[in-house]
Design a protein. Sequence first.
Length: 231
Amino acid sequence: MSEIFPRSRRSSVVQRLSKVDELHLSDHCYLKPTDKCLFLREYIPHVGYSGGETNSLISNFKKGVDREGQPGWRYKGLAIQQIARELASTLNPEWLKIATLIPIPPSKSRQSPLYDDRMSQVLRLFPALVGLQGDVRELIIQIADMVSAHTAESRPSPAEIRANYTIDSTQTTPSPKAIGIFDDVLTTGAHFRAAESLLSETFPGVSITGIFVARRIISEIDWEAGFEPVL
């Protein structure tokens, strides 16, 4: 099977994919040691744009569609293009030839006026960037709206997320040879776990890799934020 990393670019690109390994697992409680997950950048929560370039990129990428036409809206489009370029440059063209690229659905369903297909837009730019036709499928459909995980008081569990997912049966043929699940920020890993579980059940034995623009970094401040000091 083709490797995900391009052989000729491992040391030549500014951005490159890194593996989520055992040192990272404590930051992403729903991931297992056997999961194959890769990320480009690291994101600092709770600090917004002041967290640096990656935070600015993610914040612009996540701008809600209700802000279209407002000042700064163009930065969302620029973020989509930058993320597409970075991901396309780090993925092995030989792997892209055989892989089915699947975006994790956004928090709003397709029927919602706030539906934001930003990750799908990124993947649809791949063919022009890598010179391949590509196999991009919105295989996972979210049934009903959910509160955005980064704004919710409590994050949904993988079981809750999966219960709100269904497979688009019109896109299951041909069966994938390899699957890449794409999302913007890896936090707890709940959405990956729900998507991976559903796709594994639908396509038994097919290799599945999670690919993220960034992973959230857990700092000591983050751990302390939810607790009162013990005197």
